[in-house]
Design a protein around this ligand. Structure first.
Ligand code: ADP
Ligand code: MG
Length: 711
C-alpha cells in the first residue's frame, strides 16, 4: 500500500480541516485512499442536453441549456426585495426563471445568493445541471450546478458521487468532488502498487489498478468504464474469498476436534425403526457429517434445508454418533414451543435406542431442573434439548461433544460462544447449525465462506404442493367458509397475524380483535379455537399449543411464534393476515407449516386495502413458486443482501464497495474458484509472487473473528 493512499484528505488542495471533517462524518472518508474508493454510483453523459418540456421529476439528474429570463430575490419572511438590498445580506432566496425553446422552469438557490445573483444575469445562457423535483405542483431545481454553455463535452461521462445536504452546504458539491478525485489521482498514481500480482492480471484478463482507478472516476468511454468496473469487482470478491478460504484452510489444518470414529448401535437401531426411508439428500448429508466427525478436526457445518425437508432426523442421527463415542449432544432451539416440539419428536426417535433425552427451558421447574443438571454432569443424559436456558453458567456437561443449533440467526454471537465453551476437556464441540432460511448460494459463499455447507435439496416423498392464493377483504367470508369446509373434512387451520416490533401495541390489538371475530365465526361447542402469542405465560402457551397439536382445537390463531418448526401434519390451511406486511422468507416459513400431511393444503394470503407495488410483487412471487431458494434469490434481488432476513445478525463479513452479491453472482463464483486455485498452489501465500496478496489480507478489514469461535 502506497503512502500516498494513507495521506489525510485534509492535505488535498481545496480541502483543509473543515471540509475534511465533513468528508469524514458524511462519507466516512478520512484518507486519500478512502476518497479514491468512493466510486461514482452513476455516470451522466454530459453531452446530452434535455429540453425543459421533457424534464420529469423522477429523473435523477438533468442537464438543460437555459437562458436566464427573470431573477427575483426574497427575504426570510418571504417578501420580495431589491437587488440593492442583497448587498446588506437580506436575501434568503434567489429564484431564477430559465427558458429554452420548449418552455420555462424555475431554479432556486438558498446559499451563496449574492454570488449567484451576480452571475445569473438575464439574457445570459448557461448549462444547468441538477436534480428536478416538484414544488407546489411545478417542476424546479434547487441548487443546480451551472456552467458556460461550451462546457457540454461530447461523449464525456461524468461521475456522480454520493452526497448529502451537509456536504453541499459545506461547499463539497459534485463539481468539487470531481476536482478532489482528480487531485487524489495525481497524488496516488505515481507510486500506486497493485494488490493483484501480474500473473493474476494476466490469467484473469484484468486491467491494472492504476487504469481501473482512473477510469472508474474519469471514464474515457463506456468500454474503459466496463473494464475498470469488472477489475474492481473481481478484486473485491477475489480478496474476500481468498481471506475466507485461507482462514478455512488454516482452521481445518489446526483446529483439534473430538474424535468420533464410531457410529454405534443406537444409530443403527434408530435408523432401522424409522417408518420411512431417508431421502437421498438426508443420506448424503449424514455421510458428510460422519466424515467430519471422524476427521480429528472440529466440524463447523451449516445445514441448509427448506422447511419440512427433514433436518430433525439428521440432528438425531448425528447426536447418536456423538453418544456412541462417549460424548453428549445438545440441541438448542430459538423458542420454547419449538424446543418442546423437538423434544417430543426426538423422544419418539430415541425410544428404541435406550439413549436418554431431556428438555430444559426457562419454565422447567426447580426440582426437574436440578435433576437435569445432575444428569448432564454425570453423563446419564445423552441428548439435551432446550432454549437459551442451556447456556446458563449453572449448566455443566460431563462431556459435551456436539452442539446443534436450530435456526442459528436467532442467537447472538456471544450466546453461541458461551455454548461452545462448554465443550469436553476445553475442546470446542463439533458444531452443526441448521437453518430453514434458504440462503442464496452467492450469499452463503460469502457469509459462510469459511464454513462447510450441506444442503438438503430434496423433500421427503409424498408431499403435496401447497396451493397459494392472495385475496382481499371482499373474500373474507369465502375464506371463513373455506376453513369450515376443511374442518368438516377433519382438517385444522392456522390464522397468523403480523407482530412487528415497532407497532407491537396495535398489532396485539389486531390479534385480539381477529381472535374475537374468529370465535364469532367459529362458535363453541361446535368449534374450538386456540390462541398463542408471546405475551402468554409458558403454561398458557403450552396449553393452547397442545390443544392444537393434539387436534382438540380446529383453529390456531397466533402471531409468528409458530413460524419455525411447528409440525401439525393434519393442518391443511394457513391463513396469513395482512400478508403484505411480512417479508418473503417469513411468508415462506409460515407456508411451510402446512402441506406436511397427506392432504392437499392451502395458503391464503389476506391483503389489506393499500398494498405497495413492492409488496404486491412479493405476494405474486409467493403465489408463483414454492421453491425456497428461488424465493430467497428473488428476495435478495428485491431488497439487497444486507436486508435479507436471517442475515442481519450475522452480517456480511466485510461490506462490499462495488460488487453486489445479488447481481455479481458469476464474478463471485469465478473469483472463488480462482482463490481456491491460488491457495492450492500456495496455501499460506508465502511465495514471493503472492507477497502483495498476503500484505493486502493483513489489513484490518480482513482480520476478523474466526468463525470457528462463533458459529
Ligand atoms: P425440518 O427440516 O423443517 O425440520 P422435519 O425434520 O421437522 O423438517 O421433518 C418434517 C416432517 O417430515 C416430519 O414429520 C418428519 O417425520 C418427516 N420426515 C423426515 N424425513 C422423512 C423421510 N425421509 N421420509 C418421510 N418423511 C420424513
Ligand atoms: Mg425443524
Amino acid at each position: 500500500m502506497s503512502k500516498a493512499m494513507e495521506t489525510d484528505v485534509q492535505y488535498l488542495p481545496g480541502v483543509g480541516p473543515k471540509r475534511a471533517a465533513l468528508l469524514r462524518s458524511e462519507l466516512e472518508v478520512a484518507t486519500v485512499g478512502d476518497l479514491l474508493h468512493l466510486y461514482p454510483f452513476r455516470y451522466i453523459d454530459r453531452s446530452t442536453v434535455q429540453k425543459i418540456a421533457d424534464v420529469h421529476p423522477d429523473q435523477a439528474y438533468v442537464q438543460i441549456m437555459g437562458t436566464v429570463l427573470k431573477v427575483r430575490l426574497f427575504a426570510k419572511n418571504g417578501a420580495e426585495i431589491t437587488a440593492e438590498q442583497v448587498k446588506y445580506n437580506l436575501a434568503n432566496r434567489l429564484s431564477v426563471i430559465i427558458g429554452d425553446d420548449s418552455g420555462e422552469m424555475e431554479v432556486v438557490f438558498f446559499k451563496g445568493v449574492k454570488w449567484m445573483h451576480g452571475r445569473l444575469i438575464p439574457g445570459k445562457t448557461f448549462l444547468f445541471f441538477g436534480k428536478p423535483q416538484t414544488f407546489n405542483g411545478r417542476i424546479n431545481m434547487v441548487h443546480p450546478e451551472f456552467d458556460a454553455p461550451e462546457s457540454a463535452q461530447a461523449g464525456v461521462l461524468t461521475g456522480i458521487y454520493p452526497s448529502t445536504e451537509k456536504l453541499k452546504t459545506g461547499g463539497i458539491t459534485g463539481k468539487v468532488m470531481v476536482r478532489l478525485m482528480s487531485a487524489a489521482l495525481e497524488l496516488v498514481l505515481p507510486t500506486l502498487e497493485d494488490p493483484l500480482p501480474d500473473y493474476v492480471l494476466k490469467e484473469k484478463g484484468l486491467v491494472p489498478l492504476s487504469f481501473a482507478l482512473r477510469q472508474i472516476h474519469f471514464p474515457a468511454d463506456q468500454n474503459a468504464l466496463a473494464k475498470a468496473t469488472y477489475r474492481l469487482k473481481f478484486e473485491e470478491l477475489f480478496l474476500l474469498q481468498l481471506s475466507l478460504l485461507k482462514q478455512k484452510y488454516v482452521r481445518s489444518r489446526s483446529a483439534v476436534g473430538l474424535p468420533m470414529p464410531r457410529v454405534g448401535e443406537a444409530f443403527h437401531r434408530c435408523y432401522q425403526a424409522l417408518p420411512y426411508d431417508l431421502t437421498g439428500a438426508q443420506k448424503r448429508v449424514i455421510k458428510e457429517i460422519r466424515e467430519d466427525l471422524r476427521s480429528g478436526h472440529q466440524m463447523n457445518r451449516l445445514l441448509q434445508g427448506d422447511v419440512g425437508s427433514g433436518k430433525t432426523m439428521v440432528a438425531v442421527l448425528t447426536s447418536l454418533i456423538a453418544v456412541a463415542n462417549g460424548y453428549q449432544a445438545c440441541l438448542m432451539a430459538p423458542t420454547e414451543v419449538l424446543a418442546f416440539q423437538h423434544f417430543n419428536n426426538i423422544s419418539r426417535y430415541l425410544a428404541p435406542t435406550g439413549v436418554k433425552a431431556a428438555l430444559l427451558t426457562g419454565s422447567t421447574g426447580t426440582a426437574a431442573r436440578r435433576e437435569i443438571h445432575a444428569g448432564l454432569e454425570d453423563g446419564s443424559i445423552g441428548l439435551i434439548v432446550g432454549t437459551h436456558a442451556l447456556i446458563e453458567d449453572t449448566v455443566t456437561f460431563k462431556a459435551l461433544g456436539l452442539a446443534i443449533v436450530d435456526e442459528q440467526h436467532r442467537f447472538g454471537v456471544d450466546q453461541r460462544a458461551r455454548l461452545w465453551a462448554k465443550g469436553a476437556g476445553g475442546v470446542h464441540p463439533h458444531v452443526l447449525v441448521m437453518t430453514a432460511t434458504p440462503i442464496p448460494r452467492t450469499l452463503a459463499m460469502t457469509l459462510y465462506g469459511d464454513l462447510d455447507v450441506s444442503v438438503i435439496d430434496e423433500m421427503p416423498p409424498g408431499r403435496k404442493p401447497v396451493q397459494t392464493l392472495c385475496v382481499g377483504e371482499n373474500k373474507r367470508i369465502a375464506m371463513y367458509n373455506f376453513i369450515r369446509d376443511e374442518i368438516e373434512k377433519g382438517r385444522q387451520a392456522f390464522i397468523v397475524y403480523p407482530l412487528i416490533f415497532e407497532s407491537e401495541k396495535v398489532d396485539y390489538k389486531n390479534l385480539e380483535l381477529g381472535y374475537e371475530e374468529v370465535i364469532k365465526q367459529f362458535p363453541q361447542p361446535r368449534y374450538q379455537v386456540a390462541m398463542v402469542h408471546g405475551k402468554q405465560s409458558a403454561e398458557e402457551k403450552a396449553f393452547h399449543m397442545d390443544a392444537f397439536v393434539a387436534g382438540r382445537a380446529n383453529i390456531l390463531v397466533s402471531t409468528t411464534v409458530i413460524e419455525v418448526g411447528v409440525d401439525v401434519p393434519n393442518a391443511s390451511v394457513m391463513v396469513i393476515e395482512s400478508a403484505e406486511r411480512f417479508g418473503l422468507s417469513q411468508l415462506h416459513q409460515l407456508r411451510g407449516r402446512v402441506g406436511r400431511g397427506a392432504e392437499k393444503s392451502f395458503c391464503i394470503l389476506m391483503k389489506g386495502y393499500k398494498v405497495s407495488k413492492e409488496s404486491q410483487k412479493r405476494l405474486d412471487l409467493m403465489c408463483a413458486t414454492e421453491n425456497g431458494f428461488e424465493i430467497a434469490e428473488e428476495d435478495m434481488k428485491m431488497r439487497g443482501p444486507g436486508d435479507l432476513e436471517g442475515t442481519q445478525q450475522s452480517g456480511l463479513p466485510i461490506s462490499l464497495n462495488i460488487a453486489s452479491l445479488a447481481k455479481d453472482g458469476l464474478i463471485l463464483s469465478d473469483a472463488r474458484l480462482y482463490a481456491e486455485h491460488v491457495l492450492e498452489q500456495d496455501p499460506a501465500l508465502e511465495k514471493p509472487g503472492n507477497a502483495s496478496l498476503a500484505a493486502e489480507l493483513r489489513k484490518d478489514k480482513y482480520v476478523r473473528k474466526d468463525y470457528s469461535q462463533i458459529s
